[in-house]
Design a protein around this ligand. Structure first.
Ligand code: BMA
Length: 382
């Protein structure tokens, strides 16, 4: 009897300990009602960051340099034999009346299919939104008229219109379902690069308070009114901040953010000047510290070197820019190809035959860089 009691106590202690451990390990993202797959993704991404960072590419499955809408094709896959681990998609244009395609002419119907295909293979989905100015689509998101943010907030002249836009965003996101009918988790990155001066939500176009209110209202509306619980919220500045205060100036709050990030692009010749490498590395270290304190993820949400004119950019520059920072992912922008107006090449991932192809394969083969084959076996949603 005595032994039985001790045995029972031991068992209950052991199960309590393992229960506590499970509870301690499994934290909820900022949305306390997040779906199972979304919460799993959040927790698994935290563990994954210790092992390496995922590579992402914008519009990867839709088109590449000199091709469009070819089933299963991807410039990244043409070069490495593998898909990226993260797929970036863009909602800009969805807010327009009867809009069928986004600002980069990707039909929303096709985008949904690509998102499902990437998710079914175990990939991660991130979505940005270059929403038009509510005062008119002429300059799109690149309209810096003061007062625009204030106009979409409660009490503002465009508030009702803004809610209609959010209804469209919600309807798009809630249509993203996996094969078992589960909501596909999405890393949502609205109102990005807000420390820059080029969007209507940018630094000079609205006050810190207005920006935070825009974020908080959007989060509230999508989560509480539209009941979207499959979003991880990605806070994103441009790469121009120098201090943690600057990075956090418009931070809307831990209760509405899951990933800290910024965007930074390479310009000039990285062989002559190292500012991109140094600045990006410094910025990542800085937001990495904040992420650690706040127990959040962090990422280099957009980067690239337009047309990749330096053949070793991947291992000589980007790899060093990331350094030892335990980011979750790095995403390069879209492979548009030749721009009809400027006749300039606009692409950020190599394609078959592009001069940085061998170096990108080297980058692909590194232990710390994760592509689809690395992550699909880990089952990040379970
Ligand atoms: C920019 C460019 C544009 C594009 C926009 C939104 O960086 O690629 O051509 O329309 O992003 O995707």
């Amino acid at each position: 009897m005595k032994y039985l009691k001790q045995y029972l106590i031991l068992i209950s202690w052991a199960s309590c300990l393992s229960f506590c451990r499970v509870v301690a390990q499994h934290v909820m993202p900022s949305d306390k009602e997040a779906t199972k797959e979304t919460a799993n993704l959040y927790n698994n991404l935290k563990r994954l960051a210790a092992r390496g960072y995922m590579f992402g590419h914008q519009d990867d499955l839709a088109y590449g340099v000199e091709w469009k809408y070819k089933e299963g094709r991807s410039d990244v896959k043409d070069v490495t034999g593998d898909y990226p681990a993260v797929y970036g998609w863009e909602l800009g244009g969805l807010e327009r009346p009867n809009s069928e395609e986004n600002l980069d002419r990707v039909p929303f119907k096709k985008m949904k299919q690509f998102i499902k295909a990437g998710y079914e293979r175990g990939g991660i989905i991130t979505i940005s939104w270059h929403a038009d100015s509510p005062f008119g689509a002429q300059k799109g998101a690149w309209d810096t008229t003061h007062g625009t943010v204030a106009s979409v907030l409660p009490g503002g002249s465009n508030h009702a219109l803004y809610k209609e836009w959010l209804d469209k965003v919600a309807s798009f996101i809630s249509s993203l379902k996996g094969s078992k009918g589960e909501a596909i988790p999405v890393l949502f990155r609205p109102f990005h690069e807000h420390t820059g001066n080029w969007f209507w939500w940018g630094k000079n176009a609205c006050t810190d308070f207005e920006y935070k209110t825009l974020w908080r209202f959007t989060n509230y509306y999508l989560q509480k009114e539209k009941k979207l619980h499959n979003l991880l919220w990605v806070y994103n500045t441009s790469g121009n901040f120098q201090t943690r205060e600057e990075f956090l100036e418009r931070y809307p709050g831990d209760d509405m953010v899951d990933v800290l990030s910024f965007d930074a692009y390479q310009y000039g010749d990285p062989q002559k000047e190292k500012w991109f490498e140094i600045n990006t590395n410094k910025g990542l270290a800085l937001i990495g510290e904040i992420a650690k304190e706040k127990d959040k993820l962090f990422a280099l949400a957009e980067t690239g070197y337009e047309a990749i004119p330096y053949a070793n950019w991947w291992t000589e520059t980007l790899l060093k820019a990331i350094g030892d920072n335990k980011i979750s992912y790095v995403l390069v922008w879209r492979n548009h190809g030749c721009q009809s107006d400027t006749k300039k090449m606009h692409y950020y991932a190599p394609y078959k035959g592009q001069s940085s192809e061998p170096d990108f394969v080297k980058f692909y083969n590194m232990d710390r860089t994760l592509f689809e084959k690395d992550i699909s076996s880990i089952k990040l949603y379970q």
